[in-house]
Design a protein around this ligand. Structure first.
Ligand code: PRP
Length: 211
């Protein structure tokens, strides 16, 4: 039996994912050591390997087959646009992808004006404005603290993740339009899905049962 390899998005999501996997009897003790600098962890008994990667890289590892299975947010899956199968909504890290800005920007969205949109998710923003709203916009890629952009005049609106809404509120911004709901998904490499169908399908069934 060959190893099945999992790529997990490091951080809170990886911890929660391991919690879910434990419920179906999949454990990886050596991964729990907070002081460990190891990058890859093995469960010899179950012939499983786990590694932690930056969330945006998880779909890449899975598309190329370096990992058979990945767990990552829907935002990253949409933004990266990789070829893979999305098999389960794990319901973790629920939040929303939104267009946000000051209340005064609402009008600019309604009248389809040429506005600037700052975001960490240029592909999601492009798809939303060009293909769904048919509004021409200028997209400005940022890497974090996106809420700053409309405050300092870099853009009229932002496309970003909203979880509790407190970052927006505390900065005088609000949700103007909702693009889609988000949560963590399990994704599978397309070849692995065929070659390891039985093992992967069993895993999917077990996870669905506890969802
Ligand atoms: C995310 C997101 C928002 C914030 C939303 O940022 O980009 O800024 O969380 O959460 P809230 O609605 O509960 O306030 P993150 O903390 O990941 O950091 P970033 O700003 O560097 O992207």
């Amino acid at each position: 039996m060959r190893y099945l390899t999992f790529a997990l998005a490091k951080g809170r999501l990886a911890k929660k994912t391991l919690g879910i996997l434990e419920q179906i009897g999949i454990t990886c003790e050596e991964m729990k050591d907070p002081d460990s600098r190891k990058l890859i962890f093995v469960n010899e008994e179950l012939k499983l390997r786990f590694f932690l990667a930056k969330a945006t890289d998880v779909p890449t590892y899975v598309e190329y087959g370096a990992a058979d299975i990945g767990v990552v947010g829907k935002d990253t899956i949409m933004e990266e646009g990789r070829k893979l199968y999305e098999v389960i909504d794990l319901g973790l890290g629920k939040c929303r992808m939104c267009v946000a800005g000051p209340a005064s920007a609402k009008e600019l969205l309604q009248h389809g004006e040429l506005i600037r949109v700052a975001t960490k998710y240029p592909n999601i923003a492009k798809d939303y404005f060009y293909n769904k709203k048919h509004q021409t916009v200028e997209i400005i890629k940022l890497n974090g603290s996106i809420e700053l952009a409309p405050i300092v005049g870099l853009s009229e609106v932002i496309v970003d993740i909203v979880e509790t809404g407190s970052t927006l509120r505390e900065n005088g911004l609000e949700v103007l339009e909702e693009i889609c709901p988000l949560s963590a998904r399990m994704v599978v490499n397309q070849v692995s899905m065929k070659m390891e169908h039985e093992r992967i399908q069993q895993l999917i069934t077990q996870l669905k049962d506890i969802m």
